[in-house]
Write a protein that binds this ligand. Structure first.
Ligand SMILES: C[S@@+](CC[C@H](N)C(=O)[O-])C[C@H]1O[C@@H](n2cnc3c(N)ncnc32)[C@H](O)[C@@H]1O
Length: 462
C-alpha cells in the first residue's frame, strides 16, 4: 500500500496524508498558500533578484516541491517580460528543443543556438537560480511535478461544489435566519452582522491567487526524468501513473507526457512524432496562459539538483553557501533529526552572510535552537491574517524585520526551549527524543507554564 493519501486542501491545492507518520505533509488550510506565505514571500527573493546574479536556494524537505515550485513561479512571473519571445516560429521550435533527448541532440543544438542568441543578447540579464532539493522519499519527489498544483475553476465547480452543496444550502438557510433574527433583536447592528456573514462566505472560496504556472512543472518533470530515467521506466512508476485512486490528483497533460517518454524509453525515434505530441500538449495546457514565453530561456533560469537521502547526510555533501533555506520538516516530535542543534549548525555553516532560513514553526524550542547557533531570530508576519506565522533566522541582523520580543526570548529560556541534540548527526529518532526527555527531567529551568503565569500576572507579554 502507498504510504500517503492525497486530498484537497482549502486553497484547492493537493496535500498529502502519511499513514506511517499519521500526519499531514501540508497545511489543510492550503498547501500552496503556505508555500507562498511562509516561505517564498518572506524570503526577500525580490530584493535578491534585484541585487544578485547567482542565487543559491536549499529546499530542505522538498516533498512534492511546493516551496520550490512557488519560488520558480515567482521568479518566472517577475521575469516574464524578459522571457517573452515574440516570434511564434522560434517559440514552437524552442519547446520542441526542451523536450528533446540526446538522440535529437543535433536538432536540439541548432535550436538552442538560436534561442541562446535571444537569451544572451538580452541586456537585462536574468539571474541564475540554483536550487538544491533534499528529501528522503524518492516516490514523492518523482511524482512532484505530476501533482496538480491547483484546481481550475471548472474542477472546483464539478468536484468541490457538489460535495459542499449541502453545507452551502444549510449555510444560506442559517444566514437568512441569522439576518432575520439580527433584524428583530439587534436592528442597529443588522448591517454589521450581515457584513460578518458575507466575509465568512467569501473566505470559503478557493484561493487562486497563489497559482503555480504549468511551465514550472514541465521544467521539473524534464529534469527529474533526466536524472532518474531508470526509475521513470520501472514498473512501480508505470503503476503509479495508472493508479486510479491517485490519478484525479495528477495533471492529465503531464501524465500523458511522462507516459509518452516511458513508451519510447527516452529513445525518441521520430522527430515529427515528438513535435506533433508536444504541439498538442503545448496547445492543450500551456498556450493560453504562457503564449509568449521563451521556454528555453525560462528553463535556463534554473539549475535544480536532487539529493535523495536523509538530509543529515545530504547536507554534508554540499559546498554551497545559500541565500535562502526553506526548512519544511515534519514537526519536531515527528522528525527531531531535522531540528537538532547539530543539524541547525550545519545549516548555519551553509548559509551565506546575508542568507535567510525560513520555517513554519513558531515554537520556543526551535527558536532557542537557532539562538544557540548564534542566529539572529525573528518572526514571519502575515499582513492578511495580521499574525505571525513562522520563524526567520539569519547571520545578518538587518534581515530580521520582526525580532523576538522579551517575552518570546524569555520563553526560549524555559523548559519549553530545551533543544534536541543529535551528536554526529547519527542518532535515531527514538534516541533523540529520549535524550531530550532526560534533559527535560533534570533541568533546573523554569517550566513554560509557570513562566506564562508569572508574565500574565504581571500583565507583560511583550
Ligand atoms: C512536511 S513534508 C514537506 C512538504 C514539502 N515541502 C512539499 O512542498 O511537499 C516533510 C518532508 O520531509 C521528508 N523527510 C522526512 N524525514 C527526512 C529526512 N531525514 N531527510 C530528508 N527528508 C525527510 C518527508 O519525505 C516529507 O516529504
Amino acid at each position: 500500500m502507498r504510504d500517503y493519501e492525497p486530498y484537497y486542501t482549502e486553497d484547492g491545492s493537493i496535500g498529502l496524508y502519511s499513514y506511517t507518520d499519521k500526519d499531514v505533509y501540508h497545511s489543510k488550510f492550503g498547501a500552496l498558500t503556505e508555500a507562498w506565505e511562509k516561505f517564498v514571500l518572506p524570503s526577500g527573493i525580490d530584493d535578491i533578484l534585484n541585487t544578485q546574479q547567482n542565487i543559491n536556494v536549499l529546499d530542505l524537505c522538498y516533498g512534492i516541491g511546493y516551496n520550490t515550485k512557488a519560488l520558480m513561479s515567482h521568479v518566472i512571473n517577475k521575469n516574464i517580460d524578459k522571457l517573452k519571445n515574440k516570434n511564434l516560429f522560434t517559440k514552437l521550435r524552442s519547446i520542441v528543443s526542451i523536450y528533446s533527448d540526446n538522440n535529437l541532440s543535433k536538432y536540439e543544438n541548432s535550436l538552442s543556438t538560436h534561442n541562446d542568441t535571444i537569451y544572451d543578447n538580452n541586456p537585462d540579464v536574468l539571474s541564475n537560480i540554483n536550487i538544491d532539493c533534499m528529501d528522503i522519499n524518492i516516490e514523492l519527489v518523482k511524482l512532484s511535478p505530476l501533482f496538480k498544483t491547483i484546481k481550475t475553476p471548472g474542477e472546483v465547480y464539478e468536484q468541490i461544489v457538489p460535495k459542499f452543496l449541502s453545507c452551502f444550502e444549510t449555510y444560506y438557510k442559517l444566514k437568512n435566519l441569522y439576518e432575520n433574527l439580527a433584524g428583530v433583536f439587534y436592528p442597529k447592528n443588522r448591517a454589521e452582522i450581515k457584513d460578518l456573514l458575507e466575509i465568512k462566505f467569501k473566505n470559503m472560496h478557493i484561493n487562486m491567487e497563489y497559482k503555480v504556472n504549468e511551465l514550472v512543472n514541465y521544467i521539473l518533470l524534464n529534469k527529474l526524468q533526466n536524472d532518474f530515467r531508470d526509475d521513470y521506466l520501472n514498473e512501480d512508476m508505470k503503476f503509479l501513473l495508472k493508479d486510479k485512486s491517485t490519478s484525479k490528483f495528477l495533471s492529465k497533460s503531464l501524465i500523458k507526457y511522462a507516459k509518452f517518454n516511458q513508451l519510447l524509453g527516452y529513445n525518441l525515434s521520430s522527430n515529427s512524432l515528438l513535435s506533433a505530441f508536444l504541439h498538442n500538449i503545448y496547445y492543450a495546457s500551456l498556450s493560453k496562459r504562457y503564449k509568449n514565453i521563451n521556454f528555453k530561456a525560462a528553463e535556463k533560469l534554473f539549475n535544480i539538483n536532487y539529493y535523495i537521502n536523509d538530509a543529515r547526510k545530504s547536507i554534508k555533501q554540499i559546498k554551497n553557501a545559500y541565500d535562502i533555506v526553506f526548512l519544511d520538516a515534519f514537526t519536531y516530535t515527528k522528525a527531531p533529526q531535522l531540528w537538532s542543534v547539530e543539524f541547525i549548525a550545519e545549516i548555519y555553516k551553509h548559509l551565506s552572510e546575508c542568507g535567510v532560513l525560513l520555517t513554519y514553526s513558531n515554537s520556543a524550542q526551535i527558536r532557542n535552537t537557532l539562538l544557540e547557533n548564534k542566529f539572529y531570530v525573528g518572526k514571519i508576519y502575515n499582513e492578511k491574517q495580521d499574525k505571525f506565522i513562522g520563524t526567520i533566522a539569519s547571520k545578518n541582523k538587518s534581515k530580521i524585520r520582526y525580532p523576538l520580543n522579551n517575552y518570546e526570548i524569555g520563553l526560549c529560556n524555559t523548559t519549553a526551549g530545551i533543544p534536541y541534540h543529535d551528536p554526529n548527526l547519527s542518532f535515531s529518532k527514538k534516541e533523540i527524543l529520549e535524550l531530550r526527555e532526560y534533559e527535560f527531567k533534570h533541568s533546573t529551568l523554569m517550566s513554560s507554564s509557570k513562566y506564562m503565569k508569572i508574565r500574565s500576572l504581571r500583565g507583560n507579554n511583550d
